[in-house]
Design a binder for this molecule. Structure first.
Ligand SMILES: NC(=O)c1ccc[n+]([C@@H]2O[C@H](COP(=O)([O-])OP(=O)(O)OC[C@H]3O[C@@H](n4cnc5c(N)ncnc54)[C@H](OP(=O)(O)O)[C@@H]3O)[C@@H](O)[C@H]2O)c1
Length: 401
């Protein structure tokens, strides 16, 4: 970790909805003496954020410095990456804006964290920058919010309590109540419009990983069943083809403690069969609208970037992910739970992950890495201290399918 840089943490995107919440959290929770800067393209908006933070900063934390940077200006991003130990980006959609900053951090050996939920972006960044980051020592961590920290660290937490050296099967069941921001909505429509390209890039990544993988005989597989009932999930569950399973499987490939044969299934706990049908038809409708230019533009007008749920809505929002594990003759149920998944808890998770990367004694690694691989137990401990629950059920669990 380069210690001689001007800033410990630079946040790119503080003028946006999630970036603003992340800036508030960092200012209020960073340890005394943390050197924070906010980077963005609009000096007046950045100055307004800094003024708000003036009333929030923890003792010994100064109002952040402001750095001009634009996603379309690689020189400004190279300067930003060279001045920071850790960079956070909340500038999305990442498929549109994200690559130049990842390139700058990979080149400068700078720690990088983002909130992307776009699998094509993560795979493309792996293909283009993983090898360079291995060489410079940069740790490039994607999906460091509700996508995919509770799932990735929840599985790590679960596996640590299971027998070692045996095949393990884990299923995660997600329950979430809340709404989404304009930025998230635009990112989701963008990803839905490119499912074919995303599949092609994912296959290229798989081919590269197979070619370079150490032959240690371990197997790591995803598992997705059609809708079915699961007792620990409280009813019907529906396979979730989100980035979370991809991240959990990347952690399983990187960490030998996941055992010789690891399977992970990722599901939405939908409750009733009627909910399953409703969700399938809503997502199907959006996916169809996203395919053609005119309907896509119409769909994008429904939510604007910069908008997000108000404080009262966020206060009512909750999440719980239940994990059911089986292996070596044992079964176990665990959970991760917290408040507003999309924004309140996401900004907390992202800021704590950045503080963890900057200041904690974390595992040595480099390249494109996951939160389980790069931050592991120190980040679980931070999140527990920050009010996110990690729990273990002492009752016998239902055997996962
Ligand atoms: N996975 C998760 O759990 C999770 C949760 C929340 C959000 N997210 C993701 O996080 C991203 C941000 O969401 P949001 O709702 O916070 O979005 P938002 O409110 O629209 O904010 C976007 C930010 O990007 C900045 N930006 C846009 N173009 C730029 C450019 N060319 N150069 C520099 N900055 C630029 C904007 O700056 P200006 O103010 O100058 O326009 C703003 O600060 C989205 O991709 C969303 O999907 C993920």
């Amino acid at each position: 970790m380069p210690a001689e840089r001007a800033y410990d943490i630079v946040l790119f995107g503080a003028t946006g909805f999630t970036g603003g919440l992340t800036a508030d959290y960092l200012a209020a929770h960073a340890p005394a003496g943390t050197r924070i800067a906010l980077a963005g393209r609009n000096p007046a908006k950045l100055a307004a954020v800094a003024e708000r933070l003036g009333g929030l900063c923890a003792p010994g934390v100064e109002v952040p410095a402001l750095l001009p940077a634009d996603a379309g200006d690689p020189v400004s991003l190279a300067r930003l990456a060279a001045d920071a130990r850790v960079v956070i980006s909340t500038v999305g959609p990442y498929l549109r804006y994200g690559e130049p900053l990842v390139a700058a951090c990979a080149a400068a050996g700078t720690g990088y964290l983002d909130l992307t939920g776009e699998p094509e972006f993560v795979d493309t960044m792996y293909l283009r920058y993983h090898a360079q980051a291995l060489a410079t020592g940069a740790r490039l961590i994607h999906a460091a919010g509700f996508d995919s920290i509770p799932h990735d660290l929840g599985v790590l937490f679960t596996v640590a309590q299971m027998p070692t050296g045996v095949p393990l099967a884990v299923n995660g069941y997600v329950q979430a109540r809340g709404t989404f921001s304009g930025g998230t909505y635009h990112s989701a429509i963008g990803a839905l419009a490119r499912v074919r390209e995303a599949g092609r890039i994912a296959r290229q990544r798989q081919a590269l990983e197979r070619a370079g993988a150490p032959v240690d005989g371990r197997r790591v597989r995803g598992a997705a069943r059609p809708p079915h009932r699961v007792e620990v999930a409280g009813g019907w569950v529906l396979a979730l083809p989100l980035i979370d399973a991809q991240i959990v499987l990347a952690s399983a490939r990187a960490l030998p403690e996941y055992g010789p044969d690891f399977r992970y299934g990722h599901y939405l706990a939908a409750g009733s069969l009627a909910n399953v049908a409703l969700i399938l038809s809503a997502v199907g409708g959006l996916a169809v609208a996203a395919q053609a230019g005119p309907t896509r533009r119409l769909a994008l007008k429904l939510r604007l970037p910069g908008d997000g749920p108000d404080e009262a809505t966020r206060a009512r929002s909750r999440f719980r992910v239940t994990f059911a594990a089986e292996g070596g003759g044992e079964t176990l149920t665990t959970w991760v739970a917290g408040g507003d998944p999309g924004y309140g808890e996401t900004s907390k998770m992202l800021a704590e992950a950045a503080l963890c990367l900057a200041f904690d004694d974390v595992p040595a690694c480099a390249g494109q890495v996951t939160t389980a691989q790069a931050l592991g137990r120190p980040l679980i401990d931070r999140l527990i201290s920050a009010g996110i629950e990690f729990g273990t059920d002492s009752r016998p669990a239902a055997t996962p399918a």
